[in-house]
Write a protein that binds this ligand. Structure first.
Ligand code: ASP
Length: 336
């Protein structure tokens, strides 16, 4: 089931914060699981370990949680969690099945950052469905941090990744349909704004993060957004916390959003307050903010989480204290 539809079907897409629990599932009716839908409070206990992901993504977040429960690192958890969505052919914004650029090419961006402050990223990667793993290889196997295009693809092939066609029939049809008007405008909260950003703290208290996307649907060939760019789509500082972004990448890039959030937390803000301030920076500078979405999630060293967006419709999925919770965070336009 597509994630956006999945959200609508749960009737959670309505106003503001919903408290309670609901039965949600991505894998089909046979595997439904109980997921809370409650905004985390200050009094939540046992905060570490924790996994938080952008959007309503129970399967990737659950996978990451399971890896942490096995005693593995937050970095392993992030890679494993992101790979779940990259392999999901129905998701049209990450990995295989991602919507193409305006010329019909699926190009993927991803980055990963560990608790040592190491970082690896790939941009404009074609034919390889797991850019998060290629990003990790860039971090661990090369003297570089960011590789692009054909060089990144060649590197991935040398590392043993398989070359495959990433344009699924559904995404090809959607692109053919789009070509009839060829109108490029960011659309709020639909499949083309569904980057997976994920942050995790493992049992040792170490923090890592990852971000993986096919970028904006029908982007200009060569366009790269915020998701693979350190400080914009993702930033981790093991002393302080981590943040990641989704939505219109151009706006996140211009405000270096994830780095900003981590620095605000360093100055004493809670993850929630820091996410809100980062959204304010975008909104203040851009009167057009009613026409695009940006969402942030963050976690601090204690395992407290925060999430905030411009528009209604954003979700954060948190696994903490042995419970998974997919909730609609507060948003800037709520009281406007
Ligand atoms: N942030 C991504 C980008 O601009 C898009 C998204 O979140 O869906 O490429």
């Amino acid at each position: 089931m597509k994630r956006r539809k999945f959200i609508q079907n749960t009737s959670l897409g309505s106003l503001g914060v919903v408290a309670g629990a609901t039965t949600l599932g991505c894998k089909g009716d046979s595997e439904k699981k109980e997921i809370a839908t409650t905004t985390p409070t200050e009094s939540d206990s046992k905060r570490i370990p924790v996994v938080i992901g952008t959007w309503n993504v129970p399967d990737p977040v659950t996978k990451a949680w399971e890896v942490i429960q096995e005693g593995k690192s937050a970095l392993d958890a992030i890679e494993a969690g992101c790979r779940v969505e990259e392999a999901n052919e129905e998701g049209q914004s990450v990995g295989i099945g991602g919507l193409p650029d305006r010329d019909g090419h699926v190009t993927l961006d991803a980055c990963i950052m560990n608790s040592e402050g190491d970082y690896g990223a790939v941009v404009y990667l074609k034919d390889i469905k797991h850019p998060i793993s290629v990003a990790r290889k860039v971090m661990e196997e090369t003297p570089h941090v960011l590789m692009a295009g054909e060089g990144a693809r060649q590197f991935a092939l040398e590392q043993g990744f398989k070359s495959e066609n990433l344009l699924t029939e559904n995404s090809r049809k959607a692109w053919e349909e789009w070509k009839k008007t060829s109108k490029y405008e960011p659309i709020i909260n639909i499949e083309n704004h569904d980057t997976i950003g994920m942050l995790a703290i493992d049992k040792d208290g170490n923090i890592s993060g990852g971000c993986t996307t096919s970028g904006l649907a029908y982007k200009m060939a060569g366009r790269v957004g915020d998701s693979p760019i350190i400080g914009s789509g993702l930033f981790v500082d093991n002393e302080i916390g981590a943040a990641t972004a989704t939505g219109l990448g151009e706006e996140v890039l211009k405000t270096v959003g994830s780095f900003l959030i981590v620095e605000l937390m360093r100055q004493g803000m809670s993850p929630q307050a820091a996410c809100e301030e980062a959204i304010q920076r975008i909104v203040k500078k851009n009167p057009n903010h009613e026409n695009f979405q940006v969402g942030y999630i963050a976690v601090n060293k204690k395992g407290e989480t925060g999430a905030y967006s411009i528009h209604e419709g954003f979700y954060a999925t948190v696994y903490q204290d042995d419970k998974i919770n997919a909730y609609p965070p507060d948003y800037y336009l709520k009281d406007k």
